[in-house]
Design a protein around this ligand. Structure first.
Ligand code: SF4
Ligand code: MG
Length: 328
């Protein structure tokens, strides 16, 4: 099978008292073995909701997947029961989050927590799990693993805890790892080490990675492809080299211009003015129009479609024969 994950026309809406929030509004992507897709956007862009949808975790709140398809290893996840999803989560699909302290249980040792995953999903005996646990800590570069397995989360530094989370996420050889802002809470040096570790793991284990971040620097470091989300829609998608070399969408250009240039003598930090539109009150045309320097009359009236231009996909009327998106 070529693709580990295929998402087509995904729509995830939230039904609240203030109205319907179309948080993810028709998102498509596919991810092959050992590939990393960086999903980038500001908060409110729909990047986290996309990952929660893949895990089928939005239904616990007021959210609902109202359209599209999610195929994982060739099977439709939207047809799975909650019981079937529980067997997939933390097993074939693993997740790591920004703050490992909240995901680790403070009252159990590292060894007990990873061991639990191994016993539950892999049916290992306690002795096998204990051996495997030491092996996993070694894999993620934790020194003195035999000693660390007996320690509690608070005895580890933030960087070490994030490594433990990665070890736990890898305990079952997941086909897909979803990492939501995995390095945001860490300092720069540790961040670089964790990113290096993720690169090594995808090469060694062939894990497909969905990397959710607001940081394009992180994407440049580890991703093969990047998908930029704005207000629930994909605005640009392509190979990392292409998008960094020749970004097309004005929003992507703005994001790239906001990365501090470490070589520049004077740090220029161009930020994109304005805010992501409220999910309850989307502009009728291009969703980026209220913040776009290039907005034309047409942009205020109609929604551009995502079209392939120069090797990558862009949703903007500035390019070629950019067509309009059909309503619905
Ligand atoms: Fe700007 Fe128009 Fe392109 Fe939207 S379609 S990003 S408003 S130029
Ligand atoms: Mg988020």
């Amino acid at each position: 099978m070529d693709q580990v994950l295929e998402v087509r026309g995904l729509k995830t809406y939230f039904y609240t008292e203030s109205g319907v929030a179309k948080s993810v509004d028709g998102v498509d992507f596919a991810l092959g073995r050992g590939r990393t897709l960086g999903i980038v956007g500001e908060s409110g862009s729909g990047k986290s909701v996309t990952s929660l949808s893949v895990m089928r975790l939005v239904e616990e709140s007021v959210g609902r997947i109202v359209g599209g398809e999610i195929r994982f290893e060739g099977e439709s996840l939207l047809d799975k029961s909650e019981k079937e999803m529980r067997a997939i989560r933390g097993n074939r699909i693993s997740m790591i989050f920004q703050e490992p302290m909240t995901s680790l249980n403070p009252v159990f040792t590292i060894g007990m927590q990873i061991g639990e995953v191994l016993k539950l999903h892999q049916g290992m005996s306690s002795a096998e799990a204990a051996r495997k646990c030491v092996e996993l800590l070694k894999l993620v570069g934790i020194p003195l693993p035999e000693q660390r397995v007996r320690e509690y989360p608070h005895q580890l530094s933030g960087g070490m805890r994030q490594r433990v989370m990665i070890a736990m996420a890898l305990a079952c050889n997941p086909a897909l790892l979803i990492a939501d802002e995995p390095t945001t809470a860490l300092d720069v040096t540790i961040q670089a080490q964790i990113l290096e570790l993720m690169k090594e793991l995808k090469e060694r284990l062939g894990t497909a990675i969905m990397l959710i971040t607001h940081d394009l620097g992180v994407v440049a470091e580890v991703a093969d492809e990047v998908m930029v989300l704005y207000a629930g829609k994909v605005v640009e998608h392509g190979a990392v080299e292409d998008i960094f070399r020749s970004p097309m969408h004005p929003y992507t250009r703005g994001l790239l211009a906001s990365i501090p240039d470490i070589d520049a003598e004077v740090e220029t930090l161009e930020t994109i003015e304005g805010l992501v539109p409220s999910v309850y009150d989307m502009p009728p045309g291009c969703r980026f129009a209220p913040r776009c320097k290039h907005a034309m009359e047409r942009c205020l009236r109609s929604q551009p479609a995502l079209v392939e231009t120069a090797g990558h996909k862009t949703r903007c009327f500035l390019y070629g024969d950019a067509s309009e998106e059909e309503a619905g």
